[in-house]
Design a protein. Structure first.
Length: 753
């Protein structure tokens, strides 16, 4: 017997609804995993369904293990097939892959093997491997996750991508190369399984008959190809039990399609729907904030979270004039709560929209001897891109540091492969020299002309950096190093969010250097300080650690006390999202996820003044999401968009839990801390831009990515990035031998060559 007495009424209804397609909208903290496992146990224990006929699909290996353990605890040993989509597809392909031209021993290519295969294709087509690989890899992955063939993907992108035909051809040839090697990449596991099931009736019938009951967790995170696989597996019985929360769909940037859950009944007619709205995690005050926020999204299934555990304390909204005041206040509040309420470090989470914002908090936590961990990522100075910058500094300080040279000799990519590096190391060992010696004398070595020319690029870069080091202060030199190496072009050219975050981290590193190291600092002193602090922080870690994380990283977790910080326009919603269709809606769901991580106390804060953001000072203002969560109405002359012209005026209204025909306009009713200056209410343009806007506007229509321009000081370069609109348009220009520079196009002395 399966005891359902611990379930609430809505949970019971969902568990006992066993026939036909069923969609369960499970709000945050409503016990969705509990419902899934009880439903499977109910089928086996009460309806005597054979476990062999049940499939459960999760999204992570961790979730798979957790569900298997729960089922074992409830049923004892059982044969329910619980797996991720990818693991499911691997098993099917290993058994029937020969039907689509693969032997049962096909290889699964990891990222490095896939990269080598793509490099082979690019060389065949005489394309620049180092420059173009990331772009083509991105498009191929996007196409496969959407279930599109090369021709279909061409038709999808041909209006927006000038290289659409070439992208399609590279995709086609890459697929052929993998097939020639009896190999699949990670995305192929889904794509090829879909083709196998679609085109082979016997295989489709076997699995569609076997899996009489199919369960899918985190259904809002499914992409196009996963949903198509699901429909094929369910084609006979139609017994799909999908559990998810459209309000927590936050992975659109990696292919998740919220339409799968919102339009479920279009693919599965007569589907029954259940809503789990009772929350077992948060206080009602916290849930009210989440409800007020998320109702501003129109493309959603309406629901309102509630709890029977009490109203709890109010959510606190705080504004500060600078990020330093914000950081100090948050840390002071944590210390106060530890003293007065008995909380320990592990009870706290500080959440940010992107990980470049953690650096100031890490500094302050270290200074206050509060143990912390960066959840789902690395501490600031442990991040790959920061270690890469440090490696260049190490080479200049200690040329004998072979490890540092090997780390960055091909970063950004210069066509210097692992084989070449190994040959150089052997060459150095035979002569009793260092790798640095070989690089400096590369012209007189026995290596091929091609290898010599590639190594010479790195040699000349190191030489140029040594010269600049003698001329500049340490802070200015770090700026110059980052520009000369070309980190910005390397990370911003791919269009991937992860790479954009890496570039933002490097900008934050430059801010750190400028703020903390005076002009007489030497690279040696800097490296010793940073590396000793990194080592010390690892020694001091223990189990009682505060969580410092991005909002994406804590989905599925909960904490007694949550601080959501840097809640500002352009950060959340992100600047990128403001330029994308439905981008703000997804950002609002990210904020909703962050809010619903809190159990007892929630603090939401922003700077309404100036912030040192990515190595420059900007005027920032609170996010619209703060007003929405608080229940006030934000009325503006136009939606705030940092990529458009300034002059935005905000008026915040009374709390409006109910509709108001004529809202009363007030100043923000946030709890403000004592600050050194009053928060500003107007966006202030940098002086150079402001003065330009008062003059006759410069015609910038002829400037495009790829345009050759001449600068009076730096000479001739090429525009590689354009951002913004109108008078606020900025361009990033790559100059030969000087790296990249960024300008405001309206005022910069740039002439088209």
């Amino acid at each position: 017997m399966i005891d359902l007495s611990t379930l609430n009424e809505e949970q019971k209804k969902a568990v006992q609804d066993t026939e036909g397609p069923v969609l369960v909208f499970a709000g945050a903290g409503s016990g969705k995993t509990r419902v899934l496992t009880y439903r499977i146990a109910y089928l086996i224990g009460e309806l005597h369904v054979n476990a062999w006929n049940i499939l459960a699909i999760t999204f992570t290996n961790k979730a798979t293990r957790e569900m298997q353990q729960r089922l074992t605890d409830m049923l004892g040993e059982n044969s329910v097939w619980v797996s991720t989509f990818h693991s499911l597809c691997v098993k099917i392909l290993f058994r029937y892959g020969e039907k689509i031209g693969y032997t049962s021993g096909f290889s699964i290519y990891d990222e490095s093997a896939s990269s080598r295969a793509l490099g082979k294709v690019l060389r065949e087509k005489h394309l620049e491997e180092d420059k173009d690989k990331s772009k083509y890899a991105y498009h191929i992955s996007l196409a496969k996750n959407a279930g599109l063939s090369p021709d279909a993907y061409f038709n999808k992108i041909r209006k927006d991508e000038k290289d659409a035909m070439l992208i399609s051809e590279v995709y086609q040839r890459y697929d052929e190369v993998l097939h020639e090697n009896n190999a699949m990449d990670f995305d192929d596991l889904l794509m090829k399984c879909y083709i196998l099931l679609r085109d082979n009736e016997d295989v489709r019938t076997y699995y569609a008959t076997k899996f009489r009951y199919i369960h899918v967790d985190e259904f809002q995170d499914t992409n196009g190809i996963q949903f198509e696989i699901l429909k094929l597996l369910a084609c006979k019985w139609q017994n799909v039990f999908a559990v998810g929360d459209d309000d927590q769909s936050i992975y659109g940037w990696r292919g998740a399609d919220i339409r799968n859950i919102l339009d479920f009944d279009k693919s599965f007619p007569n589907a029954k729907t259940h809503k789990l709205e009772q929350n077992y995690r948060s206080t009602q005050e916290i849930l009210d904030s989440a409800n007020r926020l998320i109702r501003h999204n129109t493309a959603r299934s309406p629901k309102a979270l509630f709890t029977e555990s009490g109203k709890g304390n109010g959510v606190e909204y705080n504004l500060y004039s600078t990020e330093y005041e914000e950081v100090d206040s948050v840390i002071d509040q944590i210390k106060k709560l530890k003293r007065s309420k008995g909380y320990t470090n592990k009870d706290f989470a500080i959440l940010v929209r992107n990980n470049a914002l953690t650096r100031l908090f890490e500094q302050n936590l270290n200074r206050n001897k509060i143990s912390y961990r960066v959840y789902g990522g690395f501490k600031f100075f442990d991040r790959k891109e920061i270690l890469d910058v440090l490696a260049y500094l190490k080479i200049l300080v200690n040329p004998a540091d072979t490890d540092a040279i090997v780390r960055v000799i091909n970063l950004p990519k210069r066509g210097i492969g692992d084989t070449t590096v190994e040959q150089m190391l052997q060459y150095a060992a035979q002569r009793g020299e260092t790798l640095y010696d070989v690089i400096m004398d590369i012209a007189v070595t026995d290596f091929s002309v091609s290898v010599k020319s590639k190594i010479a690029v790195f040699r000349d870069l190191i030489g140029a950096l040594k010269q600049q080091q003698k001329l500049l202060s340490f802070s200015d030199f770090c700026q110059e190093l980052v520009g000369m190496v070309g980190f910005e072009t390397y990370y911003r050219s791919t269009g991937k969010e992860d790479d954009l975050n890496r570039w933002e981290n490097i900008e934050e590193f430059l801010t750190y250097v400028e703020e903390n190291y005076k002009e007489n600092t030497t690279p040696e002193e800097f490296l010793h300080t940073v590396l000793l602090n990194m080592e010390k922080s690892e020694e001091d870690e223990d189990d009682d650690t505060l969580t410092l994380a991005t909002m994406h990283a804590v989905k599925g977790l909960e904490f007694p006390v949550v601080f959501i910080v840097a809640c500002e326009e352009g950060t959340i919603p992100s600047s990128q999202s403001l330029r994308e269709d439905n981008g703000v809606d997804e950002e609002r769901r990210v904020m909703y996820v962050a809010i619903t991580r809190a159990r007892d106390l929630l603090y939401i804060s922003a700077v309404n003044g100036t912030r040192r953001k990515y190595n420059r000072t900007e005027t920032v203002r609170p996010s619209r999401f703060m007003s929405e969560a608080k229940g006030t109405q934000l009325v503006a002359e136009q939606p705030f968009n940092p990529w458009k012209k300034a002059g935005y005026r905000s008026i915040v209204g009374k709390g409006c839990d109910r509709e108001q025909d004529e809202p009363t306009y007030l100043t923000p009713s946030y709890n403000t801390k004592p600050v050194s200056q009053q928060p500003k209410t107007q966006i202030q343009l940098p002086t150079s831009v402001a003065s330009a806007t008062n003059n006759a506007p410069k015609d910038i229509s002829a400037y495009h990515v790829g345009t050759k321009v001449r600068h009076k000081k730096y000479g001739i370069g090429t525009i590689i990035i354009m951002d913004g609109e109108g008078n606020n348009t900025t361009v990033t220009v790559a100059f030969k031998d000087l790296g990249v520079k960024k300008f405001t196009l309206q005022v910069a002395p740039l002439e088209i060559v």
